[in-house]
Write a protein that binds this ligand. Structure first.
Ligand SMILES: [Zn+2]
Length: 269
């Protein structure tokens, strides 16, 4: 291949655009940067199959019941899987947390956790470059949906059921006079309170009726909320949870001195 200046530069620009595209996250996650930040969004699916706007195509936002590696308070969250007690009759995480011979502090990391996962639509992500351990890392934060409610970016909201969003949204939905039994008919403003890993909560309030000519939800490609966490066969769960962890499972059940400082944080982004 021999290229003149124009062709060579076009080729370079193309490669740059490809790199840029590849560095974007595959799934855009709902995120607000700091205390006081907010975004106005609309939801992409209902939270109940009986809701007025339910369609089989969009499905519903769900609460995942799951476990993380409770032997590793620092990095255990990286190995997370659905609780399999109901689906498989057995669950390694449930086994560990109910091992009453062990001190509570040394097994509480295996408690069931909950997170609410639902698709929503906001404005274009705002890109921020942060330095993490001397390395530049791009982060993307959610912005307001356009005022005419047209277009927008799909975000996956993945938040603990304890931090405010789930309860407030459920209360809105169940207040049928306000909601008309759907969370799809209005826009919502979600605001962040607190900036720490353990003291962050969210407020969510309905803002206005969705414009009649808002982009139909069927035009957005939603993320499959079931795929967010794996369902691991029981026999493989011990290995799955401890993969890449310093604490071997056998040693951990004898002297897990490091497991006592679990913060119990539910924040999973
Ligand atoms: Zn379980």
């Amino acid at each position: 291949m021999a290229l003149g200046l124009k062709e060579y530069r076009a080729r370079q620009a193309e490669a740059e655009a490809r790199r840029e595209e590849a560095s974007k996250p595959r799934v855009q996650r709902f995120a607000l940067e700091k205390d006081g930040d907010s975004a106005v969004v609309r939801f992409g699916q209902e939270m109940d199959a009986d809701a007025a706007g339910y369609t089989e195509d969009a499905g519903i936002g769900v609460v995942h019941i799951f476990h993380v590696n409770g032997d590793d308070p620092k990095n255990g969250f990286k190995n997370a899987a659905k609780c399999s007690k109901e689906a498989q009759g057995d669950c390694y995480g449930c086994d560990r947390v109910s091992d009453y011979a062990i001190e509570w502090n040394d097994r509480k990391g295996w408690k069931q956790k909950e997170k609410f996962v639902i698709n929503l639509i906001g404005g274009e992500p705002r890109e921020v470059v942060e330095k993490v351990n001397g390395q530049e890392k791009k982060r993307y934060y959610t912005t307001d949906l356009a005022d005419d409610h047209k277009g927008g970016t799909v975000y996956l909201l993945e938040q603990s059921t304890y931090n405010g969003i789930y309860d407030a949204l459920a209360a809105f939905f169940l207040n049928t006079k306000a909601s008309k039994e759907t969370i799809l008919g209005k826009t919502f403003q979600i605001s962040r309170k607190g900036s720490g890993f353990n003291d962050t909560s969210y407020n969510i309030i309905p803002v206005e009726d969705l414009a009649k000519d808002a982009t139909p939800l069927s035009e957005f490609e939603l993320v499959d909320v079931q795929e967010v966490l794996p369902e691991v066969p029981y026999a493989q769960q011990d290995a799955f949870y401890h993969k890449g962890s310093a604490s071997a499972p056998a040693a951990a059940s004898e002297a897990p001195a490091s497991a006592g400082s679990s913060t119990g944080t539910e924040d999973t982004w």
